[in-house]
Design a protein around this ligand. Structure first.
Ligand code: FMN
Length: 282
């Protein structure tokens, strides 16, 4: 039986660049791979209500939308692609809306953990992708994928990404990385030694923080090259399966903390409750 590649596209544009790059990657995987395409716009993903019910009991979000169906689809796939367009210097809101429901992912950890995935960021103007690459990488990591590579594909008009030989070449590299873990793609510049991310925040005193895994460490110049040394932080979210389970337990423990500290919290907010006028939609 053939294998299934699932493309998750956050773009509202049917046959737009996200979908076309997903299809280009699928083409590079050769025979034997069926492509399934999940358009987030078809799944009515609603905003997280912060009720935390997905972490307790049956571990199911009370909202009846397409979230569970999407997670089932990813669970059934042999490999998957997270793709999002850049809107105003970050991945569009459809991707973030899905990710905001990510506490529900913990109920699927056994089925999602270590699934091969690649991340696709699309941007209309070269260099104007903002945080989109980081956003799609975070999405894949927080869905417990074995992220094999990621790339930014430039093209504004629907179909324009396909006109670039470089884009086609890079899509092929992503396809190869999905087929073979040893072909995983390391970013060209400085890389976080903990998670493979390449987006950093530079801080005073030669300190640096990886924006993907949140680990922190130091940076400095050696032989004209920037070297970044990052160590795992106190609260890793996805580096190991144990981290994932530990974080879910920590979140569950917050419920008890809330109950234990309710009085103190109530006291702290009481003088603020009646301040300000609620603006209503006219
Ligand atoms: C609301 C909106 C905002 C956009 N903002 C950016 C941007 O900040 N940077 C950029 O490079 N492209 C931006 N674009 C262009 C899209 O990223 C580009 O057209 C891309 O190909 C869309 O992918 P799609 O065809 O899969 O929808 C924007 C497009 C829209 C509709």
């Amino acid at each position: 039986m053939g294998k299934v590649l699932l493309g998750v596209s956050a773009s509202p544009r049917k046959n737009g660049n996200c979908e076309l790059m997903i299809k280009q990657i699928h083409a590079g995987m050769g025979a034997g791979w069926e492509l399934r395409l999940a358009r987030l716009s078809d799944f009515d993903i609603r905003p997280c209500q912060a009720c935390y019910q997905c972490l307790f009991g049956k571990m199911r979000c009370p909202q009846e939308d397409g979230l569970i169906a999407l997670l089932e689809e990813i669970s059934l796939a042999d490999a998957w692609i997270a793709a999002a367009p850049t809107y105003l210097l970050s991945a569009n809101a459809a991707l973030k809306k899905f990710l905001d429901r990510g506490l529900q992912f913990y109920a699927f950890v056994d089925r999602l953990w270590g699934k091969p995935a690649v991340a696709v960021a699309v941007a209309g103007i070269e260099g104007m992708e903002g945080s989109t690459k980081l956003n799609v990488e975070s999405f894949a990591k927080l869905a417990f994928a074995d992220l094999r590579g990621s790339d930014v594909f430039y093209g504004a008009l629907p179909g324009e990404t396909l006109l670039s030989p470089e884009n086609r070449q890079n899509a092929l590299r992503l396809a190869k990385s999905l087929l073979d873990a040893s072909a995983r793609i390391a970013p060209e510049g400085p890389v976080c030694p903990v998670c493979g991310g390449d987006t950093f925040r530079f801080q005073p005193g030669g300190r640096a923080r990886c924006m993907l895994c949140s680990g922190s460490g130091t940076y400095g110049w050696k032989d004209g090259r920037l070297e970044i040394d990052i160590r795992t932080g106190d609260h890793p979210l996805f580096l190991t399966r144990e981290d994932v389970i530990r974080h879910a337990e920590w979140l569950r423990g917050m419920k008890q903390q809330f109950l234990d500290r309710r009085k103190e919290l109530k006291e702290a907010v009481k003088d603020y409750l009646a301040v300000g006028t609620i603006v209503e939609r006219s």
